[in-house]
Design a protein around this ligand. Sequence first.
Ligand SMILES: Cc1cc2nc3c(=O)[nH]c(=O)nc-3n(C[C@H](O)[C@H](O)[C@H](O)COP(=O)(O)O)c2cc1C
Ligand SMILES: *[C@@H]1O[C@H](CO)[C@@H](O)[C@H](O)[C@H]1NC(C)=O
Ligand SMILES: *[C@@H]1O[C@H](CO)[C@@H](O)[C@H](O)[C@H]1NC(C)=O
Ligand SMILES: *[C@@H]1O[C@H](CO)[C@@H](O)[C@H](O)[C@H]1NC(C)=O
Ligand SMILES: *[C@@H]1O[C@H](CO)[C@@H](O)[C@H](O)[C@H]1NC(C)=O
Length: 402
Amino acid sequence: MWGSIFSCAACCLAFLPKIHKLSEEEKEEENDTQIKMADSIPLLTPYKLGNFNLSHRIILAPLTRQRSYGNVPQPHAILYYSQRTSKGGLLISEATGVSNTAQGYPETPGIWTKEQVEAWKPIVDAVHAKGGIFFCQIWHVGRVSNSDFQPNGQAPISSTDKPLKPQIRANGIDEAEFTPPRRLRTDEIPGIINDFRLAARNAMEAGFDGVEIHGANGYIIDQFLKDTVNDRTDEYGGSLENRCRFALELVEAVVDEIGADKVGIRLSPFADFMESGDSNPKALGLHMAQALNKYGILYLHVIEPRMKTPGEICECYDTLVPMRKAFNGSFISAGGFNRDLGNKAVAENDTDLVAYGRLFLANPDLPKRFELNAPLNKYNRATFYIPDPVLGYTDYPFLESA
Ligand SMILES: Cc1cc2nc3c(=O)[nH]c(=O)nc-3n(C[C@H](O)[C@H](O)[C@H](O)COP(=O)(O)O)c2cc1C
Ligand SMILES: *[C@@H]1O[C@H](CO)[C@@H](O)[C@H](O)[C@H]1NC(C)=O
Ligand SMILES: *[C@@H]1O[C@H](CO)[C@@H](O)[C@H](O)[C@H]1NC(C)=O
Ligand SMILES: *[C@@H]1O[C@H](CO)[C@@H](O)[C@H](O)[C@H]1NC(C)=O
Ligand SMILES: *[C@@H]1O[C@H](CO)[C@@H](O)[C@H](O)[C@H]1NC(C)=O
């Protein structure tokens, strides 16, 4: 499922990254010290993200690793996250469930119980000890689940009662079966929003610096946003404004709880992961970017149109620039970036920050490697989601030992 290159009929050309050209100023600096050299690399320039002073713009993207047994973060995550921490670097945690109905994959962490909050604390402390800034991605899968993951074997909940088709799991062998979801009643929606609010409070209790609301990749928020999924007839469905209502009420609740300066949101208007496409992604993305301004949140994190699914790259004519221009907070782009594309995006002011998923998964010292333009470890898709506490998790070599 991840990483296969395909051509989407409507929008794809060959994927040809342009090389970032050194300016005259940058050329002069080539002979300078390493620190000065870093200044000339757009990704390695500092950035003020609200109250946080980032020393560079290379962000750890949220990455589900399925090693949190029984939904409880484990001690091996201390080493994993601290390996990926640099002084003044921003990390976004793997998607973390907000309630006992939020899960759809084995061994993913939660943040709704006292035990889970306590288990996150040493992981957050380790990131802080190395000078990192750590946001918790809070998540509810909605219909991307089945009754085995649900309390009392009940049906998963969603904006809709339309089921997902079975899918081949990431290991390429097993088939994921989804139980047809139960459409939430209008009067149940405030309760789900409240679960996100409480999860945000718990994240702060665990020591995180803020939260990222997971509004991307076909999960519950996206199930409300996208018109191919949302078939509601109440005030949470129908018009664009109505489909965005759930997301915006949720943002407002989380902002009220922990403060706008600690809140980001991730969106993927152009993606159709988990059968969650929209007939007019440009309008959806732009509307959300504009509507979010009202809440003054810290950042908007958006997945590039070239990522139709989280692992498949295609070149598209669509860009995130209209959303970037419409949003008045900080902007993070993600999806299919390498060193050159990231430098180019920052240099051309298409984004403030760039999140790296698979490259950071496989290169714990990615900022250092980008600084030195060093070779990268290859990621191994086969070990993305295995429960092993070391293999494919904390055993990717650092530059010094490679
Ligand atoms: C192993 C793996 C786990 C992922 N888990 C999450 C997740 O928990 N939350 C999320 O928003 N995106 C998740 N994604 C998507 C990534 O954050 C990112 O958007 C995607 O990998 C594309 O970026 P890349 O080309 O830099 O890898 C995951 C991707 C991978 C490969
Ligand atoms: C390049 O660096 C060296 C060593 O620091 C220095 O001696 C030299 O003058 C520099 N050259 C230029 C053109 O700046
Ligand atoms: C960030 O830098 C500013 C000065 O530019 C400083 O006033 C502020 O205290 C710094 N914040 C943190 C959290 O270090
Ligand atoms: C963003 O816009 C909103 C209203 O549109 C405003 O309240 C807020 O102060 C703005 N934030 C910044 C940082 O300019
Ligand atoms: C970069 O883009 C943002 C958003 O469009 C804009 O506010 C800012 O002024 C731009 N910065 C520069 C240096 O052009």
